[in-house]
Design a protein around this ligand. Structure first.
Ligand SMILES: [Zn+2]
Length: 543
């Protein structure tokens, strides 16, 4: 009899549990939207229930939540992932949300290795979007070769200062000892959980040997992580651009390590794309990104803008291709030289390819969108509240890159699923595949995934940022959810709502082994004399 009551009680308890499951209240419900998942290609009007920061259900049944979003007529897509954003600051967050971005990562320049942890700590609990950084090759070189130590931001914006006076970071071939110091600084960042190594070798083409790049890829590869590279010859011709990525891909193939091609929206892009696709078919984790604009943006003193390269080798005229971002005026060789004396790192726009190429890029499957958004200067008084129009002018990719892709896809009959994949999954996939857990559960609209969600109107979504006013926000992106929390409602970012999470690896022990001549000799016989693999400028012996 006692047994009977026990069983009855257990049965009643389980009935109670079942009925609460049916009537389960979600934290947030998105009703009647067109849910699109780039991984499974699911594409259907459904309801999405979110609980504890995750997608708990995607169903055609009616569901209820504490808060409800009506998404009728709207697309419910994975939150946009921008893997190439040099400005991860509060004054940028509203613009990022208006453009649908829920994760912004600085993977091309990145953060200074020993300060990576602090870079993350500064954003803890006060970021509206998820954030992360690679470890910066350029800053390791500036620290070792120039003694640069004037850190303020700990990542890309510090380049304005570090590129200013000394050029050792760009032009010096390190000795073996200096090379080991550079690698060791990078290693500190990898130990602290940096996403990979970011290398702007295109700005350091004289100083960085083929050996140095190879050793960087070896080091990040020990941790299973990528190199993200601004190629050695970017911006270049269809030959030199391609040769630039071939350097990175040959190393990736020899070492079996992941690699990301930064902004290959340059001459030679069709060849670069085919290289990436074919290597992925062979199992290599190599990917590329583009930003949908015909002009780039950089500092006036970039080595590739010197007359020898920009005019003589590449055949450009300053009058047609080099524009001041603040004044809108085009430079001549003379005005460029004058400005170099006054403000060498002044930000400029660089026109380098016909506009028609942009549509080609968005048609290429597998490509990710990396905005390459630039830090804004002067930034002394910029806050979250600074009006969009009052932000200093910058390349329009800062505010509009993602909405522009959606608009161009609509205007050129490119399948919406492809655009959705480019804006989210095409970054989440390679990063997740290299073991980054945070990216194995993002970039996908599936049950169990983290609820980073961008909800937009496919018929109207558009960018408004232009070369004249690069900070105007996109429209048509209606609601944005980050880690299950609504951060933008009816195109209005919600101040003080900061659910952004760090995107990083857990700290690990060092895997760095300093390079030695003996070590090289015992394995490969031919020992380089220095880190560069030889003595630069030495004369061959005549026998
Ligand atoms: Zn770049």
């Amino acid at each position: 009899m006692k047994m009977y009551f026990k069983m009855l009680a257990a049965l009643m308890l389980s009935l109670v549990a079942m009925s609460t499951a049916v009537a389960q209240e979600y934290d947030l419900v998105i009703n009647d939207g067109r849910v699109m998942d780039p991984e499974t290609k699911y594409d259907a009007v459904s309801n999405v229930g979110i609980k504890d920061g995750r997608i708990a259900v995607i169903t055609k049944d009616k569901i209820k939540g504490k808060e409800t979003i009506d998404a009728k007529g709207l697309v419910v897509a994975p939150g946009f992932i921008d893997g190439h954003q040099h400005c991860i600051e509060p004054y940028a967050y509203r613009s990022m949300l208006r453009d649908g971005r829920t994760t912004i990562l600085d993977m091309e320049i990145g953060a200074h290795g020993p300060m990576l942890n602090e870079w993350y700590t500064r954003r803890e609990g006060n970021a509206q979007v998820n954030y992360g950084a690679a470890v910066a090759h350029e800053f390791a070189r500036a620290a070792v070769l120039d003694g640069f130590n004037d850190w303020k931001y700990l990542y890309t914006p510090d380049a304005i200062q570090s590129r200013l006076t000394k050029q050792g970071w760009s032009k010096t071939r390190p000795t073996l000892e200096q090379g080991n110091q550079i690698l060791s600084l990078l290693d500190e960042g990898l130990q602290q959980g940096g996403l990979g190594i970011g290398s702007t070798v295109g700005y350091m083409r004289e100083g960085v040997s083929a050996r140095e790049i190879f050793e960087l890829q070896k080091l990040s590869g020990r941790y299973g992580r990528f190199i993200d590279m601004h190629f050695r010859y970017t911006p270049g011709t269809d030959v030199t651009e391609t040769n630039g990525i071939q350097e990175m891909l040959a190393n990736a193939a020899a070492l079996g390590t992941p690699a990301i091609a930064a902004h290959f929206n340059n001459p030679g892009y069709n060849m670069v794309h085919e290289l990436l696709v074919r290597m992925r078919e062979r199992g290599y984790n190599v990917w590329g990104e583009i930003y949908p604009y015909a002009a780039g943006s950089t500092a006036l003193n970039a080595v590739f803008l010197e007359p020898e390269m920009w005019v003589k080798t590449l055949g450009n005229k300053y009058e047609d291709t080099l524009q001041d971002v603040a004044t809108g005026e085009f430079y001549t060789q003379q005005t460029r030289e004058e400005m170099l004396k006054k403000e060498p790192t002044r930000v400029v726009l660089v026109y380098k390819i016909p506009k028609s190429a942009i549509i080609d890029w968005i048609k290429m499957p597998g490509v990710a969108i990396g905005s390459d958004g630039m830090p804004l200067f002067p930034d002394d008084n910029l806050t979250w509240d600074t009006a969009y129009e009052d932000l200093p002018n910058t390349h329009p990719r800062f505010a509009g890159a993602f909405a522009k892709v959606l608009r161009l896809a609509r205007e050129n009959n490119i399948p919406l699923m492809q655009a959705v994949s480019m804006t989210s999954y095409n970054y989440a996939k390679p990063l997740g595949d290299m073991g980054l857990k945070a990216m194995q559960v993002r970039g996908r609209m599936q049950k169990g995934m983290v609820a980073d969600i961008t909800i937009f109107d496919p018929a109207t979504v558009t960018d408004h940022s232009t070369y004249e006013k690069g900070t105007l926000p996109s429209t048509g992106i209606e609601h944005v959810i980050v880690n299950g929390t609504l951060v933008m409602k009816d195109q209005e970012p919600l101040k003080g709502v900061n659910p952004g999470q760090p995107i990083r690896f857990a700290p690990v022990e060092s895997l760095f082994e300093p390079l030695t001549k003996e070590g090289w000799q015992s394995t490969y016989y031919a020992s380089p004399i220095d880190f560069g693999g030889g003595v630069p400028g030495s004369q061959p012996d005549v026998e």
